[in-house]
Design a protein around this ligand. Structure first.
Ligand code: PXP
Length: 243
């Protein structure tokens, strides 16, 4: 059975839309844990567009399950990781102009660099996951670099339009999951997963965890809206009845 790690970035996106203090990703993390998430994920981007350094420090204090810091292999972010000491880092590629992470990390292109990074994390008892495309070359490179986990990129699967494309991508993910597991890696998956497309992914036996953010926060806005409006209607009417 697979488990769910919840990415709280987009609670912070909503906060940053006003530059204020709500909604608070830390409170969201607590609620996600109470609801059964086995881990909390946040991506400290170089441009700090949603999660900021203070969020990461507070999440480290508050998260009781497992804190996964998603990050680019950039010197200032590595320094934050080594200071905050998350349970796990997930290394992702990052381009400033992208809306979201657009593809897997090319571990194979810089195995020595990533091996050195993984070793620094391991020295500090931080596990290392590489976010990669479901390809043997990247899995082999992740093994060589000393990864504990590979997170398979599900974005191409999530964006596939035709049933044939969906089937092909699922098969690619299942095959890569089998291979990575046979290499001794733990296998997780994420990106673009939602309430419609997640089930076939968690049926892949080697995938032990999925990391999901945007679709959960989007749904929370809608399923929570009825209650939020009712509570405000109550206050607005109370204002009338007491005057
Ligand atoms: N996994 C990784 C490596 C990611 O970069 C992201 C996006 O931050 C996710 C999972 C979650 O993706 P989504 O927000 O589409 O669920």
């Amino acid at each position: 059975m697979a488990e769910l790690a919840v990415n709280v970035d987009h609670i912070a996106t909503l906060r940053e839309a006003r530059g204020g203090i709500e909604p608070d990703p830390i409170a969201g993390a607590v609620i996600a844990e109470l609801a059964g998430a086995v881990g909390i994920v946040c991506h400290l981007r170089e441009d700090r567009r949603h999660i900021n350094d203070r969020d990461v420090r507070l999440l480290r204090e508050v998260v009781k399950t497992k804190l996964d810091l998603e990050m680019a292999a950039a010197p200032d972010i590595i320094a934050v990781a080594l200071e905050v000491l998350p349970d796990l880092v997930t290394i992702v590629p990052e381009r400033r102009e992208e809306l979201t992470t657009e593809g897997g990390l090319d571990v194979a292109a810089r195995v020595e660099f990533f091996a050195d990074l993984a070793a620094r994390m391991h020295e500090n008892d931080i596990e290392v996951s590489f976010f990669i495309e479901p390809e043997h070359e990247q899995i082999d490179a992740a093994v060589e670099a000393g990864a504990d986990i590979v997170e398979l990129h599900t974005g191409i699967y999530a964006n596939a339009h035709t049933p044939e494309d969906v089937r092909r991508e699922l098969e690619r993910l299942a095959e890569a999951a089998r291979y990575a597991h046979s290499c001794g890696l733990r296998v997780t998956a994420g990106h673009g997963l939602n309430y419609v497309n997640v089930v076939p992914i968690v049926r892949i036996p080697e995938i032990v965890e999925v990391s999901i953010g945007h679709s959960i926060i989007s749904r929370a806005v809608l399923v929570g809206l009825d209650r939020a409006v009712r509570e405000m209607v109550g206050l607005v009417r109370l204002g009338f009845s007491s005057s």
